[in-house]
Design a protein around this ligand. Structure first.
Ligand SMILES: [Zn+2]
Length: 291
């Protein structure tokens, strides 16, 4: 399995974590459009990050990271749902600064007035949107800071990507409930594991297996591994979501579109699926009929 998520638990401690590797899904994303190297690196890291964050949620639904900016880089998004399906997309203008860059820092440094949103969309229930300050050099740094300040769950994240694969590792110190639990904890464990995690080189994160990474970092601890989960490319586009988009733009705009293009064609930019709406179908969304 090339695309996977391995959770792990440090025994007798409130520390959990996970490792993700994405290869086929990354290749699928990069095959849809021609991205410059620095943008590839950013998308690889965003994919790994959403796959890590999705696992920290106990909901059915999806989590996405979304960067918006002015300047040559317009936006990027990556998403992962509870089934382990990931997708990502970016839009930018050619910029010589993006010709090189092995991690997210190249694009992040080039952004003008950027905002990073973290969106949580449960299938049932309320959506959540958080804003992650982009004032650290790398995506991992920004997310660590976000968890410390906003979520108040000490979290450490490392991300790395190359032209083949992207990898990510997250460890989290879970809240402890009662005093007895507090006393049992080795207070030194979290700083020690965070420091060890920082020693992982980018090429180790992308190229070593999850088992090898865990051994390399935490061989002094007892690590428990649940079953590995599969990750894959998957698009959440649907005819229903396209119909909703048409309803959103309104009946006047739909009439105008039909004058230019009939049937209306809507292409998903993530997976290239085309959805078509004949005039009859499009107007039926508004309860109108062709006369
Ligand atoms: Zn799609």
């Amino acid at each position: 399995m090339s695309d996977l998520r391995q959770r792990f638990f440090i025994e007798n401690s409130p520390i959990r974590g996970e490792i993700v590797h994405l290869e086929e899904a990354l290749q699928t994303v990069l095959a849809k459009r021609e991205y410059m190297p620095a943008v590839q690196s950013l998308l690889g890291e965003m994919l790994s990050a959403t796959a890590l964050l999705a696992s920290t949620l106990k909901i059915q639904g999806r989590i996405s990271l979304q960067i918006q900016a002015n300047g040559t880089f317009k936006w990027a998004m990556a998403e992962c749902n509870h089934l382990g399906e990931v997708r990502a997309l970016a839009d930018y203008e050619e910029d010589p600064r993006f010709a090189e860059g092995t991690d997210s820092s190249t694009v992040l440094a080039a952004l003008t007035n950027p905002i990073l949103f973290i969106n949580i969309e449960p299938e049932h229930g309320e959506r959540y949107q958080g804003i992650v300050p982009l004032d650290q050099p790398t995506l991992a740094g920004c997310l660590i800071q976000y968890y410390d300040l906003s979520a108040q769950i000490p979290t450490h994240i490392v991300l790395a990507t190359n032209s083949q694969r992207s990898g990510g590792l997250l460890i989290q110190l879970l809240p402890r409930n009662d005093e007895e639990e507090q006393r049992l904890v080795d207070e030194d464990l979290w700083p020690r594991l965070t420091m060890l995690t920082e020693t992982l080189k980018p090429e180790e994160l992308t190229d070593l297996s999850a088992d090898e990474i865990l051994y390399r970092l935490y061989n002094e601890e007892e690590v428990r591994l649940p079953d590995v989960e599969e990750l894959k490319f998957g698009c959440t586009c649907s005819r229903e979501r396209c119909a909703n988009a048409l309803i959103q733009i309104g009946v006047t705009a739909v009439h105008e579109s039909l004058e230019v293009q009939n049937p209306i064609q809507m292409d998903c930019q993530c997976c290239n699926t085309r959805y078509e709406f004949t005039a009859e179908e499009a107007l039926a969304l508004f309860g109108e009929h062709l006369s």
